[in-house]
Design a protein around this ligand. Structure first.
Ligand code: SF4
Length: 453
């Protein structure tokens, strides 16, 4: 068993994160200042600050632990000792200089380049997003549960009666807010779940209400995550177009039918193409498509085939996710980490980036999640200036987000980088009974009463 004793610092979280990369989750006893990992070798290490280091203590002790475990195992990771912070934040702190990410945090050169380039555009977009209010509308329902999903989505096929009530609750919450909103938002994002899971009439009611309440202007970015193509109909597309929605996401995740079937997506690659063509015909000029690298039943060649197929459709945005898992999903941590063999997913992701950049897509936002193969990232790519501003706003510490829907989290920012959060109740039934009160919470949180009209 590996035993790490912390001396002179209390960065338990950071040290656990580093150990996790090599050996999986640990057990921490803060009273005795010890982290133990029963998958590690029989060894005791002491983690202590190095006063000669130029790094802050919290980062220096992680770097030191990373170097020691790397020497011990012969393993290194694409993002080096960077954990628990978005790489683009560190890249901006380091003056967008990839060399400093490599030397200070042992980040691999290609990742350091990617983070530095992405950070520049991300910061530019955050500046745009910070100047206006951003709105989020959450719909935690899906037509079924994908095998890899970690998101608690109500199974809408079993709760169709609740969808109608949920639509009514969202409308109640939005209407309650309406008299207090005096400015056109910069962005509106309807996400989930799968917002297009509503029946056509409920969907139209929600979208029309959003249009009346938030009053998107010509320059408002209004996105709907249409997500699963089997929920997209020409009626819903027209509803969106007629109510100011100017971007949609149609997410195949993979274009391999065998995988789609095995992961329980309930649609085929043909459905994706049909929905995409229909969306173009309806007039949508910006479409995002998500793909996942490292799906359990796929090799990197399968993944690259999907990337090429999606690129041949020519969407404005393509987002590459690396499969990750939280405890709730129906896959074990080992399923995720050993899905295609160590390094295969890494190669696939690198190849996808090369193909995208050669075709004129540029990376504009990035984040990482725990328990992905080799700690790999998720990166959004866009064709020239078609980036999704909301995607950056939701991660930025400088952007206000007003959110409606069960479990939706609002964010208010203050001078000096301080921000606060206000969460709507997560339980769908409680939300449906209290949607008006959830609006009142936000009127107070954002101090909106002064805007009452
Ligand atoms: S569509 Fe998305 S949120 Fe819904 S079950 Fe699948 S992965 Fe989860």
């Amino acid at each position: 068993m590996l035993k790490v004793i912390l001396e002179g610092h209390d960065n338990y979280y950071g040290i656990e994160d580093v150990i996790r990369m090599f050996y999986g989750p640990s057990v921490t006893d803060k009273d005795s200042h010890v982290i133990q990992n029963d998958r590690g070798p029989d060894l005791t290490l002491v983690s202590a600050p190095d006063p000669s280091s130029e790094l802050p203590v919290n980062r220096q002790v992680k770097r030191d632990m990373y170097v020691r475990l790397s020497e011990l195992t012969g393993l290194s990771f694409p993002w080096g000792c960077l954990t628990g912070i978005r790489p683009t934040i560190v890249a901006a702190e380091e003056g967008y200089d990839p060399g400093r990410l490599v030397s200070k945090y042992l980040v691999r050169e290609d990742k350091a380049e990617l983070a530095s380039r992405t950070a520049r555009l991300e910061d530019e977009i955050a500046g745009i997003a910070a100047s206006r209010l951003n709105v989020y509308m959450g719909v935690p329902f899906c037509p079924g549960r994908c095998e890899y999903c970690s998101f608690i989505a109500q199974d809408a096929t079993k709760h169709l009666n609740r969808l109608h009530d949920y639509a009514k609750a969202m409308i109640t919450e939005m209407r309650e807010l309406a008299p207090y909103l005096d400015k056109t938002p910069g962005t509106i994002y309807m996400g989930g779940g799968t917002p297009t899971v509503f029946g056509e009439s409920d969907f139209a009611d929600v979208i029309e209400c959003a249009h009346q309440v938030f009053m998107p202007g010509d320059d408002t970015e209004f996105t709907v995550e249409a997500g699963r193509p089997d929920t997209i109909t020409s009626e819903k597309l027209k509803t969106m177009r007629d109510n100011g929605v100017n971007r949609i996401c149609i997410n195949p995740q993979t274009m391999r039918d065998e995988t789609l079937r095995r992961i329980g997506r309930g649609h085929t690659s043909e459905d994706v193409i049909r929905a995409y063509d229909e969306a173009r015909k309806t007039g949508f000029e910006v479409i995002n498509m998500d793909l996942i690298a490292g799906l359990k039943y796929e090799t990197s060649e399968d993944f690259i085939d999907s990337v090429k197929t999606v690129m041949s459709l020519n969407p404005e945005n393509i987002t590459i996710h690396t499969l990750y898992k939280k405890r709730r999903a129906g896959m074990s941590r080992e399923d995720v980490l050993d899905a295609s063999g160590r390094g295969d997913v890494d190669r696939g992701v690198s190849e996808a980036y090369r193909l995208l950049e050669d075709a004129g897509y540029e990376p504009y936002y990035m984040y990482r999640q725990k328990d992905t193969e080799l700690g790999l990232e998720n990166t959004g790519f866009c064709k020239k200036e078609t980036y999704n501003i909301y995607n950056v706003a939701m991660m930025s510490y400088d952007c206000d987000v007003l959110s409606v829907g069960a479990g939706a989290v609002s964010k208010r920012t203050f001078e000096g980088g301080r921000f606060e959060r206000c969460s709507n109740v997560k339980d769908v039934s409680l939300y449906m009974n209290n949607a008006g009160n959830e609006a009142l919470k936000k009127i107070s949180f954002f101090d909106l009463a002064r805007n009452a009209r």
